[in-house]
Design a protein around this ligand. Structure first.
Ligand code: GLV
Ligand code: MN
Ligand code: MN
Length: 411
């Protein structure tokens, strides 16, 4: 039976980890940054060396294909992929695994001349981690880019248009990446689970049933900067304290009023001017919340907006609410799920259906084709941290399940 080459996949995972690699392990490779663009050039070279035809679309999505020069409804392709950007101080597998395992599958299919009726392609989607906006590349590909790209910016204020320009892309053309209708026959993505369920249950393969929706908003509390020694306590209009009160109350709100799977996080906090002897005049938060139900998310977002206004008013200050992104929760296609299970059965591997609490490009692809995901266990359930890892035999099993799923979908 055809199988992937683990040594070749391992070598590529280790090679990619050098771009943006950190001295103590892990990697920081944000989309459009110099290490990301060096990684893209390296990836294109690897794809070509593996016998694939390559192209990059106006949103920076990078493709390698067997049997197609572009995606077209005349010959719909079976697509796999993931992303090569990472969170700051992230692990080496989140995203890289799905791209490099996809490349390995196409490489081995090419060199063994294994028959596939439909073209096959692997994609590295741009800015999956959403430094400038959630799942940017796959949103552009699926025709879901809304709003003004001029307003998209990273937490440190870097504008998307400038970051893309430095990498040689025109952000105003990103929407041209939209795929023609019916050009993708199906999509399947291999990813680490990023949580503890498979690892703790000792189950080698997860078959994703549905993917969470994520909403992010920037809240800017405007108070009054003042001398931190001389201003009487009762006269202060401290923007940070309002942000802190909001953070605690918003957590309580999401946990008590969201669905059983609702979660929330505030991962970016900035205080201005940022000196120990100045009462903060401005405090900015990026508030994220997740739920599998779009209606629940919508309601939570409205309730959190009202909470922010109430907290600000009580403290005699104002708040600006700027929505940043909203991804849609998505069910995975039953046919892709059953094809993954058939591939597992043919390889003698147990599997379990599960829900993804992490966002993935597969949820955007679900709007244009039958889409699904394969998960492998994450050691200790750790992810978005430098010690994120999976066992190499788990990686080999996942890549072989991807290979046989792709072959079945492309038959
Ligand atoms: C993707 O990594 C996410 O934040 O869910
Ligand atoms: Mn990922
Ligand atoms: Mn991630």
């Amino acid at each position: 039976m055809i199988a992937i080459s683990l040594p070749r996949l391992t070598a590529r995972i280790n090679a990619l980890a050098r771009f943006g690699g950190l001295p103590g392990g892990g990697v920081t490779r944000s989309c459009w940054s110099p290490p990301h663009e060096e990684a893209r050039a390296w990836l294109i070279g690897e794809m070509r060396a593996a016998g694939l035809t390559t192209w990059v679309d106006p949103a920076g999505n990078t493709f390698g294909s067997l049997g197609a020069r572009a995606l077209s409804p005349e010959t719909p392709a079976v697509l796999t992929g993931s992303h090569i950007d990472t969170v700051p101080e992230g692990g080496v597998l989140d995203g890289a695994l799905g791209v490099l395992a996809g490349l390995e599958c196409l490489h081995v299919i090419h060199e063994t001349r294994t028959r596939h009726a439909k073209p096959l392609a692997v994609a590295a989607w741009s800015d999956e981690e959403g430094r400038y906006g959630s799942l940017f590349g796959s949103r552009a590909f699926c025709g879901l880019l809304e709003g003004n790209v001029d307003e998209m910016a990273a937490p440190d204020g870097t504008r998307l248009v400038d970051a893309m320009a430095r990498a040689g892309f025109d952000a105003h053309r990103a929407a041209d990446a939209r795929t023609p209708a019916r050009a993708v026959s199906s999509y399947v993505e291999l990813h680490i689970e990023q949580g503890p369920r498979l690892d703790e249950a000792g189950i080698p393969i997860g078959v994703v049933e549905a993917i969470v929706g994520v909403r992010r908003a920037r809240l800017v509390f405007h108070g009054q900067a003042d001398h931190a020694g001389t201003t009487p306590m009762e006269r202060r209009r401290d923007a940070f304290l309002a942000a802190a009160e909001y953070a605690l109350k918003a957590r309580e709100l999401v946990v008590t009023r969201g669905g059983p799977r609702a979660v929330t996080n505030i991962g970016v906090v900035q205080v201005h001017p940022g000196a120990s002897n100045i009462v903060p005049g401005r405090a900015e938060l990026v508030h994220e919340m997740r739920d599998p139900d779009a209606g629940v998310l919508e309601r939570l977002a409205r309730e959190c907006d009202a909470l922010a206004r109430e907290v600000a008013a009580t403290r005699g200050i104002t708040v600006e609410l700027r929505p940043m992104s909203a991804t849609t929760p998505a069910p995975c296609a039953p046919r892709v799920q059953s094809t993954i299970e058939a591939a597992c059965a043919s390889l003698g591997l147990a599997s379990r259906r599960l829900y993804s609490a992490a966002g993935h490009d597969a949820q955007n692809l679900a709007g244009v084709t039958e889409s699904g995901m394969i998960f492998i266990p994450s050691r200790g359930g750790k992810s978005h941290r430098v010690d994120e890892m999976s066992d190499w035999d788990a990686i080999e099993r996942g890549a072989n399940v991807l290979l046989h799923t792709l072959l079945r979908l492309a038959a």
